[in-house]
Ligand binder design. Sequence first.
Ligand code: PLZ
Length: 452
Amino acid sequence: MTVQSPLPGGPGLAQVRRLVTEIPGPASRELLARREASVARGVSHVLPVFISAAGGGVLIDVDGNSLIDFGSGIAVTSVGNSAPRVSAAIREQADRFTHTCFMVTPYEEYVSVCEELARLTPGDHGKRSALLNSGAEAVENAVKIARHATGRPAVVAFDHAYHGRTNLTMALTAKNMPYKDKFGPFAGEIYRMPMAYPLRWPGGPEACAANALDMITGLIHTQVGEDNVAAVLIEPIQGEGGFIVPPDGFLPGLAEFCQEHGILLIADEIQTGFCRTGDWFACDHEGVVPDLVTTAKGIAGGMPLAAVTGRAEIMDSVHVGGLGGTYGGNPVACAAALGAIETMAAEDLPGRARRIGEIMLPRLHKLAEAYPVIGDVRGRGAMIAIELVRPGTLEPAADIAARVAKACHTAGLVVLTCGTFGNVLRFLPPLVIGEQLLEEGLSILEDAFAAL
Ligand code: PLZ
């Protein structure tokens, strides 16, 4: 028997951290044992606690502990868990119908989501969208569409990139462990280029944008040939690879190069999109208008939904029946997305994301002054990270990142790590988190560094 929280989730949950057992408590430990005996080992977890309710900035576990959420289920519950408009829309839709398959008999909710995507994604050109179930599936479809529209085979991706775990998206993802190791052979015609990573750029952050653009365009010319490239695929701020923010000018330069050569620019906004970085989309920051945009995660308040949105003529170059899937744009997921998007506008979540950044960054910079193991503080809006190194060097300190994360977890703060070298602590609070809870989370982090 497991103890279930008597409370429903959503923003009505008490917005406090409260530990009533050790982490994990007895009810979670019992579920962990069942998990071990039934769930594949390859599917891992960050914290060994099982959740029974969540909302606002807290997660409640089956032992009654209330944890502060700096993870949002990996940048998904930006509107908060069980956000009222999202759960009401899900309930209403589930009571009317749960599935027809849009490819068999269509329904309005799918069309409404595509209309919202056309309105909200960068650029005011004519757009079309296709809806899918997961981020990886969206990236797969963006590549299919780009190849079809251009008649070219090659796809350019970057160092530190993450695009998913399917065969094509593993090929596009840069990091071997844990994503790719012995899962090959991988899809072909993927060409990897250096990423404009200011902290680690050999010539220093000032030279990074111009040097990286020179290298990338040079390598595409000599190793691939511009005319063979269907698309350049990039996360405008890299997520799993370490919250790497390219220097100003890099993305616009890349967009210009693509346009010059008839190469499609695909922005993977799966982690950065839907208000996370303080704009509706990270590309908005420098006014970059990609040809195709992939979205997922934050789009539907936790329901599985993803999309490819792009220039009408590119999207519509694909023959009738060339895109789809049984569940893509499921009506319940679409209703949730409409509720989530309404929440983002009504509660000014881009503004909330910027405010979160304004609160977090000064405290993190101060922490970095006190602890030279923090080699970099970076991010935008509510997508913030610190990169840990051996003091005075760039040598990654993954062991320290793991220790700090563990200390935070034990104290009831959910934080995630990331980065090619596993040495980045990332912070992705729900955008609706209360400021007191946010400050308390930062204090826990500071305590974790003090206790090192
Ligand atoms: N593109 C930019 O961030 C998902 C992965 C977690 P799916 N990132 C979290 C894990 O370890 O599996 C992601 C992303 C970017 C694509 C994806 C893939 O999205 O919905 O997980 O398929």
